[in-house]
Design a protein around this ligand. Structure first.
Ligand code: KIV
Length: 340
């Protein structure tokens, strides 16, 4: 821990430093470690002018006054850098359209959220896939708002740098008023943005939620909340008419204010045709490799921790189920060999 800058720096240098630590509006590159390191290097270099727009931008903070600056520096060393707001995080994701691909994983609990965040994930989606991979339901249609609030709060306790998006569960956004009330409750539980399924018919709800300052992510293509009506999970966008309906839905929810859209199970040709035409990042799942601006995976598919059903498009990167079974076996052996 180095002492507060004011202990050993002149007023002029201190002034420069605090100008440099004023936070840029687009926080895409925000990383507390790099931020601290950069500031310390800057202190040592004394007077180096850093490029505008970097996390160490020379753009002045919105409020002036030497004492405000000094308090910022001292509080930086005591408590870390200033908080990035949910709107800034969502805007940083939106601004990556056409830039670096966006990596999204679902998370439903505190330790997983912490681990994924430490790994550098961009967005943590507390998806209603929770119903299947955590709560043991056959699909997402039995997930309630209370389930979602419980798990959003657990993820939020990890205080991730990644944006926390919470799904609005089925029948909690049947009207614009109900949609807003549900979104507000998810935010009160710790969500920083919400996601809902559907196109044109959801535009008004999205307008109302975004007008309240809550970022909204859309979800098009295969809609898991409609699985019972549709009689199963089917690929979407197979015909030009279906592709056009998806494009229309996407445009309607973009106009209503979504900052990103999930494309689920849309055939690769259609996904890769539509994604570049749309003004916000398209995050694909089951749409083929690199057809969209980013990808989302259900964390249990990635980790191999839900072996009883693995979607055909999933690419597990670990075998947590196998590791768990092995650990249980070894534990039982250890316990039984002690007692006999
Ligand atoms: O609920 C969820 O996990 C989702 C993803 C599959 C996108 O909506």
């Amino acid at each position: 821990m180095i002492p507060p800058a004011s202990v050993f720096l002149s007023k002029k240098t201190l002034h420069k430093i605090v100008r440099c630590v004023s936070f840029p509006p687009a926080a895409a590159t925000y990383d507390p470690f790099v931020y601290r390191l950069g500031l310390q290097v800057f202190i040592l270099a004394r007077g180096v002018r850093l490029p505008h727009g970097s996390p160490f931008s020379s753009k002045p903070p919105p409020c002036g006054g030497f004492f405000v600056y000094a308090i910022r520096v001292i509080s930086f060393f005591s408590w870390g850098p200033p908080t990035v707001t949910a709107l800034q995080k969502a805007e940083a994701i939106r601004a990556r359209k056409g830039g670096s691909p966006i990596a999204v994983l679902t998370a439903y609990d505190y330790p997983t959220a912490r681990l994924l965040d430490e790994g550098g994930i961009d967005v943590l989606l507390v998806g209603d896939s929770l119903g299947m991979v955590v709560l043991g339901f056959p699909d997402t249609t039995q997930v309630t708002l209370d389930h979602m609030l419980h798990h959003v709060a657990a993820v939020a306790r990890a205080k991730p740098r990644a944006l926390i998006v919470g799904d609005l569960p089925i029948h909690t956004y049947d009207t614009p008023e109900q949609a807003l009330e549900t979104a507000v409750r998810l935010v009160a539980a710790g969500a920083e943005a919400v996601k809902l399924e559907g196109g044109v018919r959801q535009a008004e709800k999205i307008r109302v939620i975004t007008a309240a300052g809550i970022p909204v992510m859309g979800h098009l293509g295969m809609l898991p909340q409609r699985v019972l009506e549709e009689g199963g999970y089917r690929k979407k966008g197979k015909t030009p008419e279906q592709a056009e309906a998806i494009r229309e839905g996407a445009q309607a929810i973009i106009d209503a204010g979504v900052f990103a859209i999930v494309f689920e199970s849309i055939v690769p040709q259609t996904a890769s045709l539509l994604a570049p035409l749309l003004a916000v990042p398209i995050i694909g799942i089951g749409c083929g490799d690199r057809t969209c601006d980013g990808e989302v995976a259900v964390v249990t598919d990635l980790l191999g921790s839900y072996p009883w059903f693995v979607p055909p498009f999933a690419t597990p990167e670990a075998d947590i189920a196998g590791a768990t079974r092995g650990a249980v076996e070894r534990f039982i052996k250890r316990v039984t060999s002690i007692s006999s």
